[in-house]
Design a protein around this ligand. Structure first.
Ligand code: SF4
Ligand code: SF4
Length: 307
């Protein structure tokens, strides 16, 4: 296994600093934060509840020097259900020992089946109970992904498990640890690693009222969209694949705060709008809920039918 050099840390920190809007002066400090992650000075415990593991997969899909390298080879990742090799009682013991030591950053992926606790268990323990134990000893909590932040797909209407977001569950059970929300289905890997580095070196990042880092979620997607000029001219796409603003095809960019159109995904190659698909609002709090539908329906009416 190759160690990450100081030069690598500095190179990666330059990029992190830019994406966090911190400027060149923050580069050495961010490099130090990443080194702390790598050397175990900043342990991370990653728990998964009702999730598809897509947030973890997204994180591992990042670019060089990869957050995946940091997380799988160098970061002091105490436990991660998808990435750790431990299973059975070894896994349970590992998590319990980590919780007993305390002082870790807790990353939570997935929702909590509050109405049917045994629908999601770790060992014999319901996930909700495990989450509360882990949260009480955490230095800070990062809810990763829309399921953990807002309930997402598991908490969509008529779900039989009474699923709620991890944030809501923690609040309802009196857990007060500082927490940061990184929504997205899945979230961009930059959003996760950038936030962790900021927490370690500078403390909580500047956040909006929903607890999201402003560096990533401070503006509406709509306001940063390359098709915004089309929107203003009312030059609407009528079918998928058309040029023009995708509003009439149900684009939820006007109600979704995220920087996808600027940051781009998959090695900064593409994003939903650029690939001519409407934003489905995966980072918004109402993602997968009925409240999203009226806007979609309203936008769609009179579009394809009038063609
Ligand atoms: S495509 Fe979507 S995000 Fe872009 S300008 Fe149109 S409505 Fe806004
Ligand atoms: S453009 Fe919208 S749907 Fe696509 S990843 Fe970003 S927030 Fe999610």
């Amino acid at each position: 296994m190759n160690a990450i050099s100081r030069r690598d840390f500095l190179q990666y920190s330059s990029r992190l600093s830019a994406l966090l809007g911190l400027g060149a002066g923050a580069v050495p400090e961010l490099a130090q934060a990443l080194e702390n992650l790598a050397t175990g000075a900043a342990p991370v415990l990653w728990l998964q509840g009702q999730s598809c593991s897509g947030c973890s997969v997204s994180l591992l899909d990042s670019e060089a020097p990869t957050p995946a390298q940091l997380l799988t080879q160098y970061i002091s990742l105490c436990f991660h259900q998808t990435l750790s090799t431990a299973t059975g009682h070894v896994a349970v013991d590992t998590v319990n020992k980590t919780i007993a030591r305390g002082g870790y950053l807790l990353c939570v992926e997935g929702a909590v089946p509050a109405g049917m606790p045994r629908a999601c268990t770790f060992g014999d323990e319901p996930f909700g109970t495990q989450l509360l134990r882990a949260a009480r000893n955490a230095k800070a909590i990062v809810t990763v992904g829309t399921c953990a932040c807002h309930g997402g797909i598991p908490a969509a209407e008529n779900n039989p498990t009474g699923s709620v977001s991890a944030s809501e569950y923690l609040l309802a059970n009196g857990v007060q640890a500082p927490s940061i929300a990184i929504p997205g289905c899945p979230p961009h890997p930059d959003w996760i690693v950038g936030t962790l580095a900021h927490v370690l070196k500078f403390g909580l990042p500047p956040m909006d009222q929903a607890g999201r880092p402003k560096a990533f979620f401070g503006r509406l997607l709509h306001d940063q969209c390359p098709r915004f000029a089309d929107y203003e001219r009312e030059n609407y796409a009528r079918e998928l694949g058309d040029e023009g603003c995708l509003f009439k095809l149900g684009c939820l960019g006007p109600i979704t705060s995220a920087d996808c159109t600027v940051r781009n995904w998959n090695g900064a190659i593409n994003n939903c709008i650029k690939s001519r698909a409407p934003c489905i609002g995966c980072a918004s709090k109402d993602f997968a809920k009925r409240t999203h539908f009226p806007m979609l329906t309203q936008n769609l009416s009179g579009t394809t039918g009038g063609r």
